[in-house]
Design a protein around this ligand. Structure first.
Ligand SMILES: *Cc1c(COP(=O)(O)O)cnc(C)c1O
Length: 392
């Protein structure tokens, strides 16, 4: 089919409105974000719920997300690196901001100037922090202890020893002791109880100091895991925290891309790089302006990506009330969807297809690539035009 020449539709909104003309766009529902935080705060029972806003608030945007969460009532925030804390500070003026990667020589001034709390995770960092506070004056810190995850943290034995060490400097008075669960997304895992028992001994050893064990998934494990502060991240952004159960959170991010062209192709013809997909019927194909440079992972392709071993089908998009499959390989800037099963006049070039969001759960899309919603959200490229829906 030759593409028909079409005149602008009078319904097309103001061309100056960047959102309505963008090839790629994100709608970020700050009301849903605030609701999700309130929901996690309620699920945290007697504990306070913090907000984890590392990695640009999981792609949502740390400034808008931070401000929204602060207005919803969050007063404890976690970031990965000091620069994220610096960006967040004006949007969360009275909040405590914890920096999970701790403090390193050359960054210490940021902790004092922007009132950030380093999360100390090793003997070396502790020694450096002690030297720093003796020079600059007292400043709160937190302590990250490993209880079996073997990622970051002071070994449990060292931490217990530190708690009992009467000769430890008086200036060492953490405001929070935390640890992280390895398997909280699987409530049946025996790791959860083991880490809980280890953390209980730690929390008792640091009596009088607040303690925190649960991230999103851990919060769902119940009140034993809540201690004084929960640390939800993914659940705030609408992602799935616990495997195999319905996700109760509201979706926050909707990613859409424009259909650049609709083409008719014949049975037997092939699609995209590597000619890896042959059409089994005469087909209508929508060529869409999103590719792996936009975080729409190449592994979401249905066929012809050798490394993808998680299932035979690729991801689906959502348009005109229907789910439509990807055909052929995803390319850097474009993806091809099979729209043959849609009514012929249901869609046209210029329409938007939802990559994930309110109709296509981000985790369903992620699963098609053998990954998790976290990776899709934090990997969104720079080309999306963003629209924030206000919380109020
Ligand atoms: C990322 C992170 C969190 C948040 O985890 P979610 O699974 O996104 O809720 C909490 N605590 C620590 C230490 C983290 O690294």
């Amino acid at each position: 089919m030759t593409d028909s020449f079409f005149l602008p539709d009078p319904d097309i909104p103001d061309p100056d409105d960047a959102f309505s003309s963008a090839p790629l766009r994100l709608t970020i529902d700050l009301g849903a974000l605030a609701d999700n935080w309130r929901d996690m705060a309620r699920r945290s029972g007697k504990a306070r719920a913090a907000s984890v806003v590392k990695a640009d608030a999981y792609g949502v945007g740390i400034e808008d997300a931070g401000q929204t969460l602060y207005h919803a009532g969050a007063r404890d925030f976690f970031v990965a690196v000091p620069e994220e804390g610096v960006t967040l500070r004006p949007h969360a003026p009275e909040a405590r901001i914890f920096v999970l990667s701790g403090v390193w020589p050359g960054t210490e001034h940021l902790f004092f100037e922007h009132d950030l709390v380093p999360v100390i995770a090793s003997e070396e960092q502790l020694a450096f922090w002690m030297a720093t506070v003796s020079e600059h004056g007292d400043h709160p810190c937190a302590l990250h202890v490993d209880t079996g995850f073997n990622r970051l943290g002071l070994p449990l034995e060292e931490a217990l020893h530190l708690a009992e060490d009467v000769s430890r400097p008086a200036s060492f008075s953490p405001v929070l002791v935390l640890s992280h669960l390895a398997c909280a997304d699987d409530p049946a895992s025996p790791m959860n109880r083991q880490q809980l028992e280890a953390f209980r001994s730690l929390s008792a050893a640091f009596e009088g100091i607040e303690s925190s064990l649960a991230a999103s998934a851990g919060t769902f494990l119940g009140s034993d895991y809540h201690f004084d502060l929960t640390r939800p991240g993914i659940a705030l952004y609408g992602g799935e925290a616990v495997k195999g159960v319905a996700n109760p959170m509201r979706p926050v991010v909707t990613a859409e891309a424009r259909i650049l062209q609709i083409r008719e192709a014949k049975k037997g013809q092939v699609v995209s790089y590597g000619a890896s997909h042959a059409l089994s019927r005469d087909s209508r194909l929508a060529i869409v302006a999103a590719g792996y440079a936009d975080g729409y992972l190449r592994n979401l392709s249905g066929h012809g990506v050798a490394l993808r071993q998680t299932g035979l089908a690729g991801a689906q998009g959502f348009i005109a009330g229907h789910k439509v499959p990807i055909v052929g390989r995803i390319t850097m800037d474009m993806t091809i969807f099979d729209v043959t099963d849609l009514p012929p006049d249901a869609i046209q070039a210029g329409d938007y297809i939802e990559l994930f969001g309110t109709n296509m759960p981000v985790d369903d899309v992620a699963r098609a690539a053998g990954t998790i919603g976290y990776e899709l959200l934090t990997g969104l490229g720079l080309r999306y035009e963003r629209r924030y829906l206000d919380a109020e």
